[in-house]
Design a binder for this molecule. Structure first.
Ligand SMILES: Cc1cc2nc3c(=O)[nH]c(=O)nc-3n(C[C@H](O)[C@H](O)[C@H](O)COP(=O)(O)OP(=O)(O)OC[C@H]3O[C@@H](n4cnc5c(N)ncnc54)[C@H](O)[C@@H]3O)c2cc1C
Length: 519
C-alpha cells in the first residue's frame, strides 16, 4: 500500500468516511481557485475536518508520511494559494461556527472556516460590526483566508486590514506533534481573548498574512465595534485627470474628516470610461468623463455629525472647481443614484466585483498592492512605463490597468487594486504567468507591498530579491521551528526546502525607466 493510501485510511479513522476523499471527481472540483492562470492542480487527498483536534491529528499523519499540506478556506484566492499539486488539501469550511459574541467587551470568537457573509449577517442585527467587512469575495471567502491573506476590503479606510482587527488565533502548527497554540492574551490560559498584546511577544503576527505557511488557523478572536447607525455615500469626479490631485485630496480628507469616512475609493478615469462603454442602459447625452471618480462612504453615531462631515467633504472636493458631484447614472442608467444609497451587505460585497471583473471570462492576473499615498502619481507613471516597455511580452490583447480602484487605508497609504488579463487558453497561461511574476517583481522593487501573496506573488517577491539575506534567513529559520519537515504550503515564497537559500530564485530584469527617471 502506498503512503497516500495509508494516510487516507488513517485520516478516515479521524474524520469519518464522508469528510475525506481521493476520488477523481472531487480532486477535479478542488483543482483550482478563481485563478485560471494556474493549470489544474490535483491534490492526493481532500479532507474537511470538523474540529481543531481533527486538524491536529491530520497534521500528525501528514508528518508521519511526509506528505505536503495546503489549507483552504473559501478558495477565492486568485493567486494560487489554496490549491495543491499532490498532498493533502485541508478544507476548513466545516469549521464555520460563531462560538461567542461578547457585546460587553466587544470581541467575538469564531471558527476560521466561517464566511464574512455569515459573520457580518449575524453581527449587524446586533448593532455590532467587525468594521472591515472582508474582501470583495466576502460572501464565500472565510475569516481564516482573510487573516492569512492580510485582506483589505470594505471598511478598510477606517478600520484597516483584517489582521488589524485580530486579537489572537488558535492555530495548529505543522510540526510532527500537530501542536495547538493560542496567541494574543489567550496565550494566558486563565484569560479571555479580549486583547492582543501584553502576555508575550506578538506571535499572532507570525500567522497574519502568512498565506497558510506557518500554521493552520482554526479559531480567530476578533475585535468588534459598535456599528454606527448613520451612513451615507457621495461621488465626485475630478475636473482634470491628475493623480497628484488624487493624493492631495486623499490627504486632506484624511486630515480633516478622518474616521468620519469609512471608505475612500478612487476609480481611475480609464476604468470609468470602460464602464461607460460597457453600460447597457446608456443615457442619451454623452457625459464628460474628465477625471477619476471618488466614491466616499460616511458613517457616524449622530446624524448631525454625519451632515457636518458631508458638508465638510463637499467643501474640500468642490473648492476651486477641482471636482464636481457625479452620479454613475451619467454613464449607466442601471446604477442607483447616491440619494438612494443604502448601506447593505450587497453594496459592501458588490462594488469590488464590479470593478475587479471589468473584463470577465478571462484570466485575471491581479497585482493589487499597497503604496504610500504620496507615491500615487509616480506609481501610475511607473506602471505605464513598465507596460509600454514590455508590451510585446504581455499575453495577446491583454488589458493592463495600474488600478481598477485606488483604495485609501489608514495612515496615508492606499491600495492599487490592479492587474492585467489574458485569454483563458492553454497557450496563453504560461505567457500570462511569466508576465505576472515580472510585473510583481517591478512593483516590489519600487517598494510596493502586496497583500494576498498566495503562490504567484509570494514567489515573485523572492524573485525580486526584496528580502535582505538576514531577513530571508530569519524567515526560513522561523518556518523551520514551526514546520521542521517543510510540509505546509512549501511552494509559497520559494521555500521548497531548508537547504537552499532564497536568493537562488532571484531574477534580474531589464530596467524600464529612462536613466534618471526615478521617483
Ligand atoms: C471577486 C473577488 C474579489 C476579491 N476582493 C478582494 C479584496 O477586496 N481584498 C482582498 O484582500 N482579497 C480579495 N480577493 C481575494 C481573496 O478572495 C481574499 O483574499 C480572501 O480573503 C480569501 O479568502 P478565502 O477564504 O477564499 O481564502 P482561500 O482562497 O481559501 O485561501 C487564501 C490563502 O490563505 C490560506 N488559508 C486559508 N484559510 C486558512 C486557515 N484557516 N489557516 C491558514 N491558512 C489559510 C490558503 O492556503 C491561501 O494561501 C478577491 C477575490 C475575488 C474573486
Amino acid at each position: 500500500m502506498t503512503d497516500i493510501k495509508q494516510a487516507l485510511g488513517e485520516i478516515e479513522a479521524v474524520v469519518g468516511p464522508e469528510y475525506v476523499t481521493d476520488k477523481d471527481f472531487m480532486k477535479a472540483a478542488y483543482s483550482r481557485n478563481v485563478d485560471p492562470a494556474f493549470p489544474d492542480r490535483w491534490a492526493d487527498i481532500i479532507v474537511r475536518p470538523g474540529t481543531t483536534e481533527e486538524v491536529s491529528a491530520i497534521v500528525r499523519i501528514a508528518n508521519k508520511y511526509k506528505i505536503i499540506m495546503v489549507p483552504r478556506g473559501g478558495g477565492a484566492d486568485l493567486v494560487g494559494g489554496s490549491a495543491t499539486k499532490g498532498g493533502i488539501l485541508i478544507d476548513l469550511t466545516r469549521m464555520n461556527h460563531i462560538l461567542e459574541v461578547n457585546k460587553d467587551d466587544f470581541y467575538c470568537i469564531v471558527e476560521c472556516g466561517i464566511t464574512w457573509g455569515a459573520l457580518v449577517s449575524d453581527l449587524h442585527p446586533k448593532g455590532l460590526t467587525t468594521g472591515v467587512l472582508g474582501p470583495g469575495s466576502g460572501y464565500s471567502a472565510t475569516i481564516g483566508g482573510g487573516l492569512s491573506n492580510s485582506t483589505a476590503g470594505y471598511g478598510s479606510t477606517k478600520y484597516g486590514l483584517v489582521p488589524d482587527i485580530c486579537l489572537g488565533v488558535e492555530v495548529v502548527l505543522p510540526d510532527p506533534e500537530g501542536t495547538i497554540l493560542r496567541t494574543g492574551v489567550a496565550a494566558n490560559k486563565y484569560a479571555k481573548p479580549f486583547a492582543r498584546y501584553g502576555v508575550a511577544p506578538d506571535f499572532t503576527g507570525l500567522f497574519m498574512g502568512d498565506v497558510g505557511t506557518m500554521g493552520i488557523k482554526t479559531k480567530a478572536f476578533l475585535r468588534l465595534a459598535p456599528n454606527p447607525p448613520y451612513k451615507a455615500g457621495r461621488y465626485y469626479i475630478l475636473n482634470k485627470n491628475d493623480y497628484g490631485k488624487v493624493f492631495e485630496l486623499i490627504k486632506e480628507l484624511r486630515s480633516k474628516v478622518g474616521d468620519g469616512l469609512s471608505d475612500v475609493i478612487v476609480v481611475p478615469q480609464p476604468v470609468v470610461q470602460i464602464q461607460a462603454g460597457m453600460a447597457k442602459a446608456k443615457p442619451p447625452k454623452r457625459p464628460r468623463l474628465t477625471g477619476s471618480v471618488f466614491l466616499l462612504a460616511f458613517e457616524a453615531f449622530d446624524e448631525r455629525i454625519l451632515e457636518i462631515n458631508i458638508k465638510q467633504v463637499e467643501e474640500i472636493m468642490t473648492r476651486d472647481g477641482v471636482c464636481r458631484p457625479f452620479e454613475f447614472q451619467e454613464i449607466d442608467l442601471a446604477e442607483p443614484l447616491t440619494k438612494d444609497w443604502r448601506f447593505t451587505l450587497e453594496y459592501a460585497y458588490h462594488y469590488f466585483n464590479r470593478f475587479i471583473s471589468i473584463v470577465p471570462d478571462t484570466i485575471s492576473c491581479t497585482t493589487c498592492h499597497k503604496i504610500p499615498i504620496s507615491f500615487i502619481k509616480d506609481g501610475e507613471r511607473m506602471s505605464h512605463a513598465f507596460d509600454a516597455k514590455f508590451r510585446t511580452e504581455f499575453p495577446d490583447k491583454s488589458l493592463s490597468l495600474f488600478a481598477t480602484v485606488i483604495y485609501a487605508l489608514p495612515n496615508g497609504n492606499c491600495v492599487f487594486v490592479g492587474g492585467f488579463n489574458s485569454f483563458n487558453t492553454e497557450a496563453q497561461q504560461p505567457v500570462a504567468m511569466k508576465m505576472w511574476h515580472k510585473k510583481v517583481r517591478a512593483q516590489a522593487r519600487y517598494g510596493g507591498a502586496h497583500y494576498w501573496l498566495g503562490e504567484s506573488i509570494s514567489q515573485s517577491i523572492v524573485e525580486a530579491g526584496a528580502y535582505t539575506p538576514e531577513f530571508a534567513a530569519f524567515f526560513k529559520n522561523m518556518k523551520k521551528v514551526v514546520d521542521p519537515n517543510c510540509l505546509l504550503s512549501p511552494n509559497k515564497f520559494h521555500v521548497h526546502n531548508y537547504d537552499e537559500i532564497m536568493s537562488k530564485y532571484e531574477e534580474k530584469d531589464e530596467p524600464y525607466l529612462e536613466a534618471g527617471d526615478k521617483s
